[in-house]
Design a protein around this ligand. Structure first.
Ligand code: TYD
Ligand code: MG
Length: 485
């Protein structure tokens, strides 16, 4: 007989408790435990039930292997087989493509382009005759079809002219459903290589009392899908929403359950988008994929198209920095603005740069650079919507703030790199050769860098200006065309 079990689930961290408590013992959140009950069939959990449905008609391919502990050296190894999606920038972040039996979670703010990216990836795989099931639990099948018309106009031409005609996208299946059991049943029928679930927050399991979108539902649905992927070798891609502060909505536990976590970043008001890996059990998390949102979907960005122009007149408060993103070096522009504020409550705001780092750099500029910023509001931003997270951008940021404050510029064609220490010293950065090479390749003539790195660069091809302290670096600022006016 079915037995009902009652749990208390924390809606902050996803921890399960057997009794109600005012404070979650796992994450310390107050008043976050919600009661939920589930019925458990005798002799097995509901998870196994679903996989058994799948395995029911099959002759062993999908059967779970019987577990048996074996010595480590006896484990057979094989290279992890990455199956490319055909979208180069996405494959780069994934470490080569989708791995069979893995679960990928793609998070990002609403409207950033998650559905667009995954539909494009699904279409690209379908064109290579890899079967994909795209489960749309937020939009209707009709809306997905409309989006597809925008993305794959040519591929759908035939069928628009003549119903039933063969197209390149015949291996792309769409299902508009939110019920997990029905989704799994359809996956069994379609037998896709990859299943996309857009989004996991909307999927529910009918025998759970909890409401769709609640932590209990997301947790259970995600667990079952992970189990399904492992048991069948299908790759499952889950779309997850993020909350206002950028965390994946629902508990952190979702990230623990899956193999790969990707975040889709970018500013909705800019066209640049970045896919970043924050967890990857099959590859590095260093890589980023760059895209541009256009009228016909996401275009891969070759780094040439997003470049600052070396001959452009620089403005006070604007500095170019060679930043490393994964294995690539990108020249990015950081900008600063200072304006009169109130002593004691001056604002410090950053967009695309670390706010704590900014506070530290302002303190260094005050103490060792002679700037008076206590009554100045300071705003900094990474231009183009690509985040700069490296400490190697410190010096560029300092020169941008000082430039904005004194209305001085850096000579056109100059890039700046270096980490700033608390003592005002300029510290070395890694991969300096690669940065210098990129600066040269982009047509910039000079680079300001930590002095001790000058010897490390052989055949620079650009003028190297070494600096040891922040005050030395500030001397690089000149009145420029704006100051002379
Ligand atoms: P979408 O993929 O729906 O975002 P998400 O799934 O992350 O919520 O993308 C939404 C935005 O992208 C929408 O505002 C319109 C824009 N867009 C384009 O600019 N070009 C396109 O070809 C497509 C399909 C969308
Ligand atoms: Mg969407």
């Amino acid at each position: 007989m079915a037995k009902t079990v009652i749990h208390y689930l924390c809606n902050a961290c996803g921890g399960v408790q057997s009794r109600w408590m005012g404070k979650c013992p796992d994450c310390g959140a107050w008043d976050s435990l919600d009661k939920f009950s589930e019925s458990r069939e005798k002799g097995g959990s509901a998870i196994q039930g679903l996989v058994e449905i799948w395995a029911g008609d099959d002759s062993g391919d999908h059967q779970l292997e019987k577990a048996k502990a074996i010595p480590l050296p006896d484990i057979k190894t094989a290279d992890i087989d990455h199956h490319p999606t055909g979208i180069g920038e996405l494959d780069r972040v994934l470490g080569g493509g989708f791995v069979a039996g893995s679960v990928i979670l793609l998070g990002g703010e609403p409207g950033i382009g998650k559905s667009t990216l995954l539909l494009q990836a699904a279409g690209s795989m379908a064109k290579k005759q890899d079967r994909v099931l795209y489960v749309t639990s937020e939009e209707s099948a009709y809306q997905t079809r409309l989006r597809a018309r925008r993305l794959f106009e040519d591929a759908l031409d035939e069928v628009e002219k003549e119903e039933g005609a063969k197209t390149a996208l015949d291996d792309l299946y769409v299902l508009a459903d939110t019920n997990l059991a029905r989704i799994i049943e359809q996956a069994r029928t379609v037998q896709p290589r990859v299943m996309v679930i857009d989004s996991i927050q909307m999927v529910y399991k009918s025998d759970l009392e909890a409401a769709p979108g609640s932590v209990a539902q997301i947790r259970r649905c995600c667990m079952e899908l992970v189990f399904l992927a492992k048991a069948t070798g299908m790759t499952i891609v889950l779309v997850g929403h993020v909350t206002k502060d950028g965390q994946l909505a629902g508990p952190k536990m979702l990230e623990h359950l899956v193999d790969v976590v990707l975040t889709f970043e970018g500013d909705r008001h800019h066209s640049h988008r970045v896919v970043r890996g924050t967890k990857n059990r099959y590859g590095t998390t260093m890589e980023v994929g760059l895209f541009e949102m256009t009228g016909r979907g996401l275009c891969e960005l070759t780094d040439a198209s997003m470049l600052p122009d070396p001959s452009a007149v620089t403005l006070p408060g604007s500095v170019i920095c060679p930043a490393i993103h994964g294995t690539r070096c990108l020249l990015l522009e950081v900008q600063a603005l200072t304006a009169t504020g109130f002593l004691g409550s001056a604002k410090r705001r950053s967009s695309g740069l670390d706010a704590n780092r900014l506070a530290m750099l302002i303190a260094v500029l005050e103490k060792h650079g002679g700037l008076r910023l206590a009554d100045q509001d300071v705003f900094v931003s990474a231009v183009g919507g690509i985040k700069v997270v490296e400490p190697a951008a410190d010096l560029a940021l300092c020169l941008a703030i000082a430039g904005a404050h004194y209305s001085k510029v850096i000579d056109p064609g100059t890039a700046v790199v270096g980490e700033v220490g608390l003592g005002g010293e300029i510290r070395s950065v890694h991969q300096v050769e690669q940065r210098v090479r990129e600066v040269k390749r982009r047509g910039f003539g000079r680079i300001i860098l930590p002095e001790n790195l000058i010897r490390a660069v052989e055949q620079p091809g650009v003028e190297l200006q070494g600096v040891r302290t922040i005050s030395e670096a500030l001397e690089a600022l000149s009145a420029g065309p704006h100051g002379k006016r």
